[in-house]
Design a binder for this molecule. Structure first.
Ligand code: DCM
Ligand code: DCM
Ligand code: ZN
Length: 272
């Protein structure tokens, strides 16, 4: 996701975590405001192109070598690169936050990576190999040229809320997060949110995040590339594409925030 998506995921999570979880992560992240998660949600993207952060580039995705739209699915052995992938990184950073022997700055870094990767694992094109997660597929969206990855990262989420000013992504993300929170508590996501918790196994972070990656990847076949990659190259995605994609993006952002809260609660309760 772009910054707006990641910040929204973080605000949704802050609405659902237990009070003791808030206190714990405000300590780890050295920020006692209500923006303690939102404020670090895009940090991982800011370091990945720096010399220090280069090692973390592959941690933002897993390149499923499936064959959309005919066959979707993520297999850890086949798809996680030797340099690591989002599934192995999620497991590694969970272990590192819990490791009381590590220096505090290392556990802070682990928390910042984890918050970001839990968001990315819910973006369908972050679980797909084709054209480097759609980065190599040129399309137009509303008459403007983008690559498909960017359309899903940024353009669809921002269009859902009617556009996001570059000045105030935090204000607008907070508003979207509060409306998604309401849908989870008592609206259209109330029933499905029960199932979003199923499959979380704190004793096995790798299996848990692989489950999320597989669920996310299924939307590559149904919604991102329903007619395959060739069908959309240099084409306008159009209104009917957007109308099918937007509900998936909305649900994936809500789900990511809700699951982030559940995972942070488990980490904090294990330590407290
Ligand atoms: N690092 C990591 N996962 C590990 C070990 C290290 O992400 N299992 C990252 C975080 C550290 C950086 O690499 O800040 C440098 O670590 P080290 O000094 O242990 O090489
Ligand atoms: N990306 C991805 N899958 C890949 C390569 C990249 O999901 N195989 C993501 C990571 C970034 C975006 O696409 O969010 C742009 O990546 P890059 O700057 O590496 O082209
Ligand atoms: Zn990312």
């Amino acid at each position: 996701w772009g910054g707006f998506g990641h910040i929204t995921v973080a605000y949704v999570a802050s609405n659902f975590v237990a009070n003791s979880t808030t206190a714990f992560f405000q300590g780890v992240l050295r920020n006692d405001t209500e923006d303690y998660l939102a404020g670090v949600a895009t940090w991982a993207d800011s370091v990945r192109y720096t010399q220090w952060g280069r090692f973390s580039g592959p941690f933002h995705f897993i390149d499923a070598e499936d064959n959309p739209p005919h066959k979707c699915g993520v297999k850890l052995e086949r798809d996680c690169s030797k340099q690591g992938c989002i599934v192995s990184a999620f497991a590694n950073y969970t272990v590192r936050i819990l490791d009381g022997r590590l220096p505090e700055p290392e556990r802070e870094i682990a928390a910042k990576f984890l918050i970001h990767f839990l968001g990315d694992i819910h973006q369908p094109l972050h679980t797909e190999h084709v054209a480097r997660g759609g980065n190599g597929i040129n399309v137009t969206f509303g008459g403007v040229k983008y690559n498909l990855h960017h359309v899903w990262d940024v353009e669809i989420p921002e269009k859902i809320v009617g556009g996001v000013g570059k000045e105030h992504p935090y204000t607008e993300a907070r508003q979207w997060a509060d409306s998604l929170t309401e849908e989870i508590r008592s609206g259209k996501f109330k029933a499905s949110s029960q199932s979003w918790r199923k499959g979380i196994k704190f004793s096995n972070p790798e299996l848990t995040s692989l489950g999320w990656a597989n669920e996310t990847n299924s939307y590559v076949c149904t919604t991102v590339l329903p007619l395959g990659p060739e069908a959309i190259v240099n084409q306008e995605l159009g209104t009917s594409y957007y109308e099918k994609a937007a509900p998936v993006v909305e649900a994936q952002i809500a789900k990511a925030g809700y699951r982030l809260a559940a995972w942070l609660d488990l980490i904090a309760s294990k330590i407290n």
